[in-house]
Design a protein around this ligand. Structure first.
Ligand code: NDP
Length: 251
Protein backbone atom coordinates (compact mmCIF):
# COMPACT_ATOMS: atom_id res chain seq x y z
CA UNK A 1 0.00 0.00 0.00
CA UNK A 2 1.35 3.41 -0.95
CA UNK A 3 0.79 6.12 1.63
CA UNK A 4 1.66 9.06 -0.59
CA UNK A 5 -1.23 11.50 -0.88
CA UNK A 6 -1.60 12.37 -4.54
CA UNK A 7 -4.42 14.74 -5.48
CA UNK A 8 -3.11 15.59 -8.93
CA UNK A 9 -5.85 16.31 -11.43
CA UNK A 10 -8.26 17.19 -8.60
CA UNK A 11 -9.91 20.58 -8.19
CA UNK A 12 -10.45 21.99 -4.70
CA UNK A 13 -12.23 25.02 -3.27
CA UNK A 14 -11.23 26.36 0.15
CA UNK A 15 -13.34 29.10 1.77
CA UNK A 16 -11.76 31.77 3.96
CA UNK A 17 -8.38 30.87 2.51
CA UNK A 18 -6.71 34.29 2.43
CA UNK A 19 -5.00 33.64 5.75
CA UNK A 20 -4.79 31.37 8.78
CA UNK A 21 -5.93 27.77 8.62
CA UNK A 22 -7.64 28.13 5.23
CA UNK A 23 -4.46 29.41 3.59
CA UNK A 24 -2.48 26.46 4.98
CA UNK A 25 -5.14 23.98 3.81
CA UNK A 26 -5.06 25.48 0.31
CA UNK A 27 -1.25 25.26 0.15
CA UNK A 28 -1.27 21.66 1.42
CA UNK A 29 -3.85 20.58 -1.17
CA UNK A 30 -1.77 22.26 -3.89
CA UNK A 31 1.42 20.63 -2.62
CA UNK A 32 -0.39 17.28 -2.96
CA UNK A 33 -1.11 18.13 -6.61
CA UNK A 34 -4.58 19.73 -6.57
CA UNK A 35 -5.60 22.88 -8.42
CA UNK A 36 -7.13 25.15 -5.81
CA UNK A 37 -9.67 28.00 -5.85
CA UNK A 38 -9.18 30.48 -3.03
CA UNK A 39 -12.26 32.14 -1.53
CA UNK A 40 -12.19 35.02 0.91
CA UNK A 41 -14.63 37.75 1.85
CA UNK A 42 -12.79 41.05 1.65
CA UNK A 43 -9.02 40.69 1.53
CA UNK A 44 -8.32 40.39 -2.20
CA UNK A 45 -4.55 41.09 -1.94
CA UNK A 46 -4.21 38.26 0.60
CA UNK A 47 -6.10 35.91 -1.71
CA UNK A 48 -3.99 36.95 -4.67
CA UNK A 49 -0.85 36.22 -2.64
CA UNK A 50 -2.06 32.67 -1.87
CA UNK A 51 -2.94 32.17 -5.54
CA UNK A 52 0.61 33.29 -6.40
CA UNK A 53 2.12 30.79 -3.96
CA UNK A 54 0.04 27.97 -5.46
CA UNK A 55 1.03 28.91 -9.01
CA UNK A 56 4.62 28.87 -7.73
CA UNK A 57 4.05 25.22 -6.77
CA UNK A 58 3.18 24.49 -10.41
CA UNK A 59 -0.57 24.23 -9.88
CA UNK A 60 -3.46 26.31 -11.23
CA UNK A 61 -5.29 28.63 -8.86
CA UNK A 62 -7.88 31.42 -8.95
CA UNK A 63 -9.38 33.86 -6.42
CA UNK A 64 -13.14 33.64 -5.99
CA UNK A 65 -14.01 36.50 -3.67
CA UNK A 66 -17.42 36.49 -1.98
CA UNK A 67 -19.48 36.07 1.15
CA UNK A 68 -20.17 32.41 1.90
CA UNK A 69 -23.44 33.45 3.55
CA UNK A 70 -24.82 34.90 0.29
CA UNK A 71 -26.45 32.24 -1.89
CA UNK A 72 -26.06 34.10 -5.18
CA UNK A 73 -22.38 34.77 -4.48
CA UNK A 74 -21.84 31.11 -3.56
CA UNK A 75 -23.59 29.75 -6.65
CA UNK A 76 -21.55 32.11 -8.84
CA UNK A 77 -18.36 31.07 -7.09
CA UNK A 78 -18.93 27.35 -7.59
CA UNK A 79 -19.91 27.85 -11.26
CA UNK A 80 -16.76 29.91 -11.85
CA UNK A 81 -14.51 27.30 -10.23
CA UNK A 82 -16.01 24.55 -12.38
CA UNK A 83 -15.77 26.55 -15.60
CA UNK A 84 -12.19 27.79 -15.01
CA UNK A 85 -10.58 24.88 -13.13
CA UNK A 86 -12.81 21.85 -13.79
CA UNK A 87 -15.15 19.58 -11.81
CA UNK A 88 -14.93 20.19 -8.08
CA UNK A 89 -13.58 17.17 -6.22
CA UNK A 90 -12.79 18.66 -2.80
CA UNK A 91 -14.58 21.42 -0.90
CA UNK A 92 -13.31 22.72 2.43
CA UNK A 93 -15.71 24.91 4.39
CA UNK A 94 -13.32 26.90 6.54
CA UNK A 95 -14.49 30.55 6.47
CA UNK A 96 -15.30 31.87 9.91
CA UNK A 97 -15.65 34.80 12.27
CA UNK A 98 -16.05 35.32 16.01
CA UNK A 99 -18.23 37.84 17.89
CA UNK A 100 -17.58 36.73 21.47
CA UNK A 101 -19.81 37.79 24.36
CA UNK A 102 -21.73 36.13 27.19
CA UNK A 103 -25.31 35.33 26.20
CA UNK A 104 -26.83 37.88 28.60
CA UNK A 105 -24.91 40.69 26.88
CA UNK A 106 -24.85 39.34 23.32
CA UNK A 107 -26.27 41.54 20.57
CA UNK A 108 -28.64 39.39 18.46
CA UNK A 109 -26.89 40.80 15.38
CA UNK A 110 -23.66 39.17 16.58
CA UNK A 111 -25.48 35.89 17.08
CA UNK A 112 -26.88 36.07 13.55
CA UNK A 113 -23.57 37.09 11.95
CA UNK A 114 -21.70 34.11 13.39
CA UNK A 115 -24.44 31.62 12.50
CA UNK A 116 -24.64 33.13 9.02
CA UNK A 117 -20.97 32.83 8.18
CA UNK A 118 -20.30 29.42 9.72
CA UNK A 119 -23.53 27.46 9.47
CA UNK A 120 -25.42 29.07 6.57
CA UNK A 121 -22.09 29.46 4.72
CA UNK A 122 -21.26 25.77 5.14
CA UNK A 123 -24.81 24.86 4.09
CA UNK A 124 -24.77 27.05 0.96
CA UNK A 125 -21.33 26.01 -0.28
CA UNK A 126 -22.04 22.35 0.47
CA UNK A 127 -25.40 22.54 -1.31
CA UNK A 128 -23.93 24.08 -4.46
CA UNK A 129 -21.05 21.59 -4.53
CA UNK A 130 -23.17 18.57 -3.54
CA UNK A 131 -25.49 19.08 -6.51
CA UNK A 132 -22.48 18.68 -8.82
CA UNK A 133 -20.82 15.87 -6.86
CA UNK A 134 -24.07 13.89 -6.51
CA UNK A 135 -24.51 13.79 -10.29
CA UNK A 136 -20.90 12.76 -10.84
CA UNK A 137 -20.95 10.20 -7.98
CA UNK A 138 -17.65 11.56 -6.74
CA UNK A 139 -16.35 14.18 -4.35
CA UNK A 140 -15.62 15.02 -0.78
CA UNK A 141 -16.51 17.84 1.57
CA UNK A 142 -14.56 18.71 4.72
CA UNK A 143 -16.15 21.12 7.20
CA UNK A 144 -14.13 22.94 9.83
CA UNK A 145 -16.01 22.73 13.14
CA UNK A 146 -14.33 23.22 16.54
CA UNK A 147 -13.73 21.59 19.90
CA UNK A 148 -16.12 24.31 21.12
CA UNK A 149 -18.90 22.82 18.97
CA UNK A 150 -18.50 19.56 20.88
CA UNK A 151 -18.08 21.02 24.39
CA UNK A 152 -19.53 24.57 24.40
CA UNK A 153 -17.60 27.58 25.69
CA UNK A 154 -18.58 30.44 27.99
CA UNK A 155 -18.56 33.66 25.98
CA UNK A 156 -18.90 31.87 22.64
CA UNK A 157 -22.49 30.57 22.59
CA UNK A 158 -23.04 31.88 19.04
CA UNK A 159 -19.82 30.30 17.78
CA UNK A 160 -20.38 27.02 19.69
CA UNK A 161 -23.94 26.77 18.35
CA UNK A 162 -22.72 27.35 14.80
CA UNK A 163 -19.93 24.79 15.16
CA UNK A 164 -22.30 22.22 16.73
CA UNK A 165 -24.68 22.91 13.87
CA UNK A 166 -21.89 22.16 11.40
CA UNK A 167 -21.49 18.73 13.02
CA UNK A 168 -25.22 17.98 12.55
CA UNK A 169 -25.06 19.26 8.99
CA UNK A 170 -21.99 17.12 8.26
CA UNK A 171 -23.59 13.92 9.54
CA UNK A 172 -26.90 14.56 7.76
CA UNK A 173 -25.21 15.35 4.45
CA UNK A 174 -22.97 12.28 4.82
CA UNK A 175 -26.16 10.18 5.03
CA UNK A 176 -27.76 11.98 2.06
CA UNK A 177 -24.74 11.62 -0.24
CA UNK A 178 -23.11 8.37 0.87
CA UNK A 179 -24.99 6.14 -1.57
CA UNK A 180 -23.49 8.24 -4.37
CA UNK A 181 -19.95 7.81 -3.04
CA UNK A 182 -19.66 11.44 -1.90
CA UNK A 183 -18.02 11.73 1.53
CA UNK A 184 -18.66 14.49 4.07
CA UNK A 185 -16.53 14.87 7.20
CA UNK A 186 -15.72 17.49 9.82
CA UNK A 187 -12.59 18.45 11.69
CA UNK A 188 -12.79 19.87 15.21
CA UNK A 189 -9.61 21.85 15.88
CA UNK A 190 -8.63 22.92 19.37
CA UNK A 191 -6.55 26.03 19.93
CA UNK A 192 -4.67 26.85 16.71
CA UNK A 193 -2.21 29.74 16.33
CA UNK A 194 -3.84 32.07 13.75
CA UNK A 195 -4.99 35.71 13.51
CA UNK A 196 -8.35 34.56 14.99
CA UNK A 197 -6.71 33.50 18.27
CA UNK A 198 -3.66 35.76 18.47
CA UNK A 199 -5.62 38.50 20.26
CA UNK A 200 -6.69 36.24 23.14
CA UNK A 201 -5.30 37.40 26.52
CA UNK A 202 -2.11 35.60 27.62
CA UNK A 203 -3.80 34.11 30.69
CA UNK A 204 -6.51 32.54 28.47
CA UNK A 205 -3.85 31.06 26.15
CA UNK A 206 -1.95 29.70 29.19
CA UNK A 207 -5.11 28.08 30.60
CA UNK A 208 -5.85 26.43 27.23
CA UNK A 209 -2.31 25.03 26.99
CA UNK A 210 -2.57 23.66 30.55
CA UNK A 211 -5.91 21.99 29.73
CA UNK A 212 -4.46 20.38 26.58
CA UNK A 213 -3.04 16.88 27.27
CA UNK A 214 -0.33 17.36 24.61
CA UNK A 215 0.47 20.72 26.31
CA UNK A 216 0.75 22.91 23.27
CA UNK A 217 -0.81 25.12 20.70
CA UNK A 218 -1.72 23.69 17.33
CA UNK A 219 -0.43 25.08 14.07
CA UNK A 220 -2.50 25.63 10.90
CA UNK A 221 -0.49 22.81 9.30
CA UNK A 222 -1.87 20.35 11.87
CA UNK A 223 -5.40 21.04 10.59
CA UNK A 224 -4.23 21.01 6.95
CA UNK A 225 -2.72 17.53 7.46
CA UNK A 226 -6.08 16.21 8.69
CA UNK A 227 -7.86 17.78 5.69
CA UNK A 228 -5.35 16.15 3.32
CA UNK A 229 -6.02 12.77 4.90
CA UNK A 230 -9.82 13.13 4.74
CA UNK A 231 -9.65 14.39 1.14
CA UNK A 232 -7.42 11.52 0.05
CA UNK A 233 -8.20 7.96 -1.03
CA UNK A 234 -6.73 6.86 2.34
CA UNK A 235 -10.07 7.98 3.84
CA UNK A 236 -12.26 6.34 1.18
CA UNK A 237 -14.31 4.45 3.79
CA UNK A 238 -14.68 7.39 6.17
CA UNK A 239 -17.75 9.62 6.13
CA UNK A 240 -19.74 11.53 8.76
CA UNK A 241 -16.81 11.62 11.16
CA UNK A 242 -15.71 14.50 13.39
CA UNK A 243 -11.94 14.31 13.63
CA UNK A 244 -10.49 16.23 16.59
CA UNK A 245 -7.19 18.05 15.94
CA UNK A 246 -6.86 19.47 19.41
CA UNK A 247 -3.97 17.91 21.31
CA UNK A 248 -6.57 16.07 23.39
CA UNK A 249 -8.33 19.24 24.62
CA UNK A 250 -11.75 17.77 23.77
CA UNK A 251 -11.31 14.54 25.76
P1 NDP B 1 -8.94 33.62 10.54
O1 NDP B 1 -9.75 34.69 11.19
O2 NDP B 1 -7.47 33.72 10.59
O3 NDP B 1 -9.41 33.44 9.02
C1 NDP B 1 -10.76 33.35 8.69
C2 NDP B 1 -10.91 33.59 7.22
O4 NDP B 1 -12.31 33.49 6.90
C3 NDP B 1 -10.45 34.97 6.79
O5 NDP B 1 -9.64 34.83 5.64
C4 NDP B 1 -11.74 35.69 6.47
O6 NDP B 1 -11.67 36.62 5.41
C5 NDP B 1 -12.63 34.56 6.03
N1 NDP B 1 -14.03 34.91 6.11
C6 NDP B 1 -14.70 35.46 7.15
N2 NDP B 1 -15.99 35.65 6.83
C7 NDP B 1 -16.15 35.21 5.56
C8 NDP B 1 -17.25 35.15 4.68
N3 NDP B 1 -18.47 35.55 5.05
N4 NDP B 1 -17.06 34.65 3.44
C9 NDP B 1 -15.83 34.23 3.04
N5 NDP B 1 -14.75 34.26 3.84
C10 NDP B 1 -14.90 34.76 5.09
O7 NDP B 1 -9.44 32.27 11.21
P2 NDP B 1 -8.72 30.84 11.42
O8 NDP B 1 -7.80 30.55 10.31
O9 NDP B 1 -8.23 30.79 12.81
O10 NDP B 1 -10.00 29.90 11.37
C11 NDP B 1 -10.37 29.18 10.21
C12 NDP B 1 -11.51 28.24 10.59
O11 NDP B 1 -11.07 27.36 11.63
C13 NDP B 1 -12.73 28.97 11.13
O12 NDP B 1 -13.90 28.31 10.70
C14 NDP B 1 -12.58 28.84 12.62
O13 NDP B 1 -13.80 28.96 13.30
C15 NDP B 1 -11.99 27.44 12.72
N6 NDP B 1 -11.30 27.16 13.96
C16 NDP B 1 -10.22 27.92 14.35
C17 NDP B 1 -9.59 27.64 15.54
C18 NDP B 1 -8.41 28.42 16.00
O14 NDP B 1 -7.95 28.17 17.15
N7 NDP B 1 -7.84 29.33 15.22
C19 NDP B 1 -10.05 26.56 16.42
C20 NDP B 1 -11.18 25.84 15.90
C21 NDP B 1 -11.77 26.13 14.72
P3 NDP B 1 -11.61 38.22 5.62
O15 NDP B 1 -10.29 38.47 6.19
O16 NDP B 1 -11.78 38.75 4.25
O17 NDP B 1 -12.73 38.57 6.55
Amino acid sequence: MSVDIDLSGRVALVTGAGRGIGREIALALAAAGADVAINDFADEPACAAVVGEIIGLGRTSICVMGDVGDDEAVNGMVERVESELGPLAVVVNNAGITRDQVVMMMDPADFDAVIRTHLRGTFLVSKAAARKMFRRREGCIVNISSVVGRRGNAGQANYAAAKAGIIGLTKSLAKELGARGVRVNAIAPGYIDTPMTQSLPDEVKKAIVEATPLRGIGQPGDVAAAVLFLASPLAKFITGCVLPVDGGLGI
